[in-house]
Structures are given as structure tokens and as C-alpha cells.
Design a protein around this ligand. Sequence first.
Ligand code: FEO
Length: 167
Amino acid sequence: MKIPAKVEAAINTQIKEEFDSAYLYLAMAAWFEDQDLPGFAVWMRSQYQEELEHAHKFFDYLFEREGRSLVPSIKEPQKEWKSPLDAFRAAYDHEQYITSCIHKLVKTAREADDVASERFLDWYVNEQVEEESTAMNIIKQLERIEGSKYGLFMLDKEMSSRGTLDE
Ligand code: FEO
């Protein structure tokens, strides 16, 4: 069944949000590189890739449902943060915003009686729970070591093997 026009439009908006997210994390990766924190930069690059996957998953879904992605333009991201903690707080706030976008999308699919899209969106709902929890976990670790250069050095080393902190 062809995707309802309203849901198609809403998913196109969400594709933009996912690319905005990717670009934000790439900007954070660049900032961490500049701060000589390569482990955090690796983590952010990995997050960038994940966001691209989120966008592509929506992109492919539209075609599966006889819709079309309009390849919307993306916005220029923030480029400076005061500290690693400031950057991760911004990442957490951003993920909360994305969660609200996904929930709105679920509502749009429900109102359009588009059961297939509602089911498809379950994956994103669960992913957002994980995304928020991951960012919060890192915020807590950064708060714990705040002011300690050695603590930051050790955490940076750990961050380079992505997966150890967010599982
Ligand atoms: Fe695609 Fe980080 O949400």
C-alpha cells in the first residue's frame, strides 16, 4: 500500500533531522580532535555514521512504500563547546529533541491509519531510548571526573573503543 502523503512528508522532514544530527556529531568530532581528545573524536565519528544509517533507513523505506525522498537541505551545526561535558550535554539535549520528533511521527502515522509506518517506527522509538541513555551515561562519567586531567585522559582512551561505555 502506498504511503499516505502526510506520512511521506513527515518522514522527509525526519530525514533532514537525521542528517542534521549526523552533521552535528561530525562537528563535535572535529571539535574533539581540536581539543586533542582523539578518543572522544572516534566516538563522535561513530555516532555520525549511526545517524547516516538512521537517515538511509528512512530513505529506503520511502521507496519501499512507493514514496519519494526529497533530499532536504540540512542546517549548519554548532561548532564550539565550552568543555567535553558541555558537548555531551548538548548531544543529550539534541537526542531528547529527536525523540520528540520520532514520537510526533508515530502520531502522524497513527492518525493516517498507516499501520506499516507505525510498526516501522518502533525501531526508532527503541533506538532513541538507547541514544538518550548512552549520552546520559557519558555525562555522568564526565561529571564524576570534572577538573581531573588524568580522569579525562583515561576516559578519552576508553571512548576510542566505542561500545565499552554505551552498552
Ligand atoms: Fe538518529 Fe541520534 O537519533
